[in-house]
Each structure stands twice: as structure tokens, then as C-alpha cells.
Ligand binder design. Structure first.
Ligand SMILES: NC(=O)c1ccc[n+]([C@@H]2O[C@H](COP(=O)([O-])OP(=O)(O)OC[C@H]3O[C@@H](n4cnc5c(N)ncnc54)[C@H](OP(=O)(O)O)[C@@H]3O)[C@@H](O)[C@H]2O)c1
Length: 293
């Protein structure tokens, strides 16, 4: 049976961000509400984490890379529910842009009456480096390292000076990075996600001097663009790779018998980032409906 990562390469195409949307920001307000930064908030887990954080009263800076429409929709959904959000373009593959992004976060926070912000959600990612071990090229390995580990590591380094004391970081790992979730074709992807979990632990120790909590979630198979399971069956392309059969095989490994939803994971991220997670740090929470039990 093939694992989660085997179908993870099936992605829908994404529109280019129109120029006018780059750096799009909603209205600014000036009071002391708490602020969260969510990377990869234009779809999937990041979008639903952003919505749940907004429901808890945090203002949200969410990032997008190519999917400007998805980011705009997320901002509008938050606003429709009475929240406040802004969407900012960020290419995590380009570390040179992190100082400029940090300045944008500072500017937004100041517009909202704050010098610091309160929660960083390192969520953005993609199914990179996924192939049988023998087929992983140096370029694929570099891509996996650059997006899944180097980017959240260096982005956090850039943003930490502006994170308030006693605030929170939540990193998005994967069951593919846990001993219980080993999946085929995931030697590179899974290793980078495992690195996220140990980085979470070591950073939690280092930042504990400022009261900053650092935790991770490890989602199992989750219905996002990773598995194109959000696309209605009648709109799917022919299935020469047997994706449906692969997904059925993956589902059979989930004790609760279904893929997770992005909200299943987003809710937990928002909980960890909030005071409800106040006595937890350095942990990676498996959120997978019992994948591999
Ligand atoms: N879905 C699963 O089964 C599953 C399981 C375990 C872990 N995860 C992890 O969950 C996280 C979120 O994934 P998802 O399932 O919610 O997928 P998704 O719906 O495809 O969302 C991925 C997000 O990451 C952003 N992103 C991708 N590449 C980027 C880059 N180079 N620079 C900046 N942003 C980038 C995307 O932005 P644009 O679309 O705007 O480009 C999008 O907002 C990832 O870290 C993934 O590894 C997912």
C-alpha cells in the first residue's frame, strides 16, 4: 500500500497573484487586541487556523504566495465574522525577503496599536521532495529543506524580536515526521518534518526564558489540496495514477475512518496558540484521527 505522500504530489494549479493585490491590507484600527501571524493562510490548514484565531479575538496577518484569491477570501471570511485581518505576500523560498516581511508585520502591528505581536503559526508548506528514495535528486532534497525547514527556521529568527514575551509559536509538522506515521516516498519530506519537531523542542527551551511557548502539530491525512479531495468527483481529471485507490488505502489506516478536515487541525493550532495551551511547550501533537494506530 502506498502512503500519504504518494498522492500528495497531486496539486491543483494556482493563479498568479495580481500586482494590485501584492501587499494587500485591510483597514487599520488602533486598540490593544492580540495579533497572530499565519504563514500559508490562503488555503487549507492555515486558512482555517486563521479563522479560528480570529474567532478567539486575535487580529490576523496571513500570508499567501501564489493564491491571492484564496488569501482575499480568507480575509473576507474573517471580516464577515466580525474579525480583523490582513493578507501579505510572502515567498518562503526567498529568505532575502524576510526582513521586508518583518517590517510589514511591524507596520501592521503599529497600525493596530501594538509594537509586538502574540502568535506565530509556521504553517506554509507543500508536498516537496516526495519520491522513492532512489529517485530523490539533490535539487528535490534542497527544495524540501528550503521550504519545510530553512524557511520557518529563518522566518522565526527574523520575527522573534517582535514576538511579545509570554506569546506562542505553533509549527506545522506532519505524521510523516513521526515514528508512528511513516509513509512511503517520504524519506525527504518526513525527515524535514521530523526536524521541525526537534527544532520545536530545542527552541521551546531557548525561548522559555521569555515565557514564549513553542509547540507543533503533526497532522495526518487532511483534506486540502494535498490530496485534491476538495475537488468534487465530477470535476476531477481522469485518474490514471489511481489516486482514488491510494486515498482509500490511506483512509483504511486512519482509526476514525476519514481524512481530517483543515478545521480539525486549525482548531487545535488556535487552541495551542491561545491561553488554553498556557502550560504546554516543546510538544508535537499528533492530530490525525489515529493514523497508524
Ligand atoms: N494536508 C495534509 O494531509 C497534511 C498532512 C500533514 C502536514 N501538512 C502540512 O500542513 C501545512 C499546510 O498544508 P495544507 O495541507 O493546508 O496545504 P495547502 O492547502 O496547499 O496550503 C499550503 C499553504 O502554504 C503556502 N505555500 C506553499 N508554498 C509556499 C511558498 N514557497 N512560500 C510561501 N507560501 C507557500 C500556500 O500558499 P499559496 O497557495 O498562496 O501559494 C498555501 O497557503 C503544510 O506545512 C503541510 O506540509 C499537511
Amino acid at each position: 500500500m502506498r502512503g500519504l505522500c504518494s498522492f500528495a504530489g497531486v496539486f491543483a494549479s494556482r493563479p498568479e497573484a495580481p500586482r494590485w493585490f501584492r501587499g494587500f491590507v485591510t483597514e487599520t484600527q488602533t486598540d490593544q487586541a492580540r495579533i497572530a501571524v499565519v504563514t500559508g493562510g490562503s488555503s487549507g490548514i492555515g486558512r482555517d487556523a486563521a479563522l479560528r484565531l480570529a474567532q478567539r479575538g486575535l487580529r490576523v496577518v496571513l500570508t499567501f504566495n501564489t493564491n491571492a484569491g484564496g488569501a482575499l477570501e480568507a480575509v473576507r471570511s474573517i471580516e464577515a465574522a466580525g474579525g480583523v485581518a490582513a493578507a501579505v505576500a510572502l515567498d518562503l523560498g526567498d529568505v532575502e525577503t524576510f526582513p521586508a516581511f518583518t517590517a510589514q508585520v511591524q507596520e501592521l502591528s503599529e497600525g493596530w496599536g501594538r509594537a509586538t505581536f502574540d502568535a506565530l503559526i509556521n504553517n506554509a508548506g507543500a508536498s516537496v521532495g516526495i519520491a522513492p528514495f532512489a529517485d530523490v535528486t539533490p535539487a528535490m532534497l534542497d527544495d524540501a529543506y528550503r521550504l519545510l525547514f530553512k524557511a520557518p527556521y529563518l522566518l522565526t529568527q527574523a520575527l522573534v524580536p517582535f514576538l511579545a514575551d509570554n506569546s506562542s509559536i505553533v509549527n506545522v509538522s506532519s505524521t510523516a515526521g513521526l515514528a508512528t506515521g511513516i509513509a512511503q516516498d517520504c524519506t525527504a519530506y518526513g525527515a524535514m518534518k521530523a526536524a521541525i519537531s526537534i527544532w520545536t523542542r530545542t527552541l521551546a527551551k531557548e525561548l522559555s526564558t521569555r515565557g514564549i511557548r513553542v509547540n507543533a502539530v503533526a497532522p495526518g491525512p487532511t483534506a486540502t489540496r494535498f490530496g485534491r479531495s476538495e475537488v468534487p468527483a465530477d470535476q476531477r481529471a481522469p485518474d490514471p495514477d489511481g489516486v482514488a485507490a491510494i486515498m482509500a488505502g490511506v483512509t483504511s489506516r486512519i482509526a476514525l475512518g476519514r481524512f481530517g478536515t483543515s478545521d480539525d487541525v486549525g482548531r487545535l493550532i488556535a487552541m495551542l496558540a491561545s491561553d488554553d495551551g498556557s502550560w504546554m511547550t516543546g510538544e508535537t501533537l499528533n492530530v490525525s484521527g489515529g493514523f497508524g494506530l
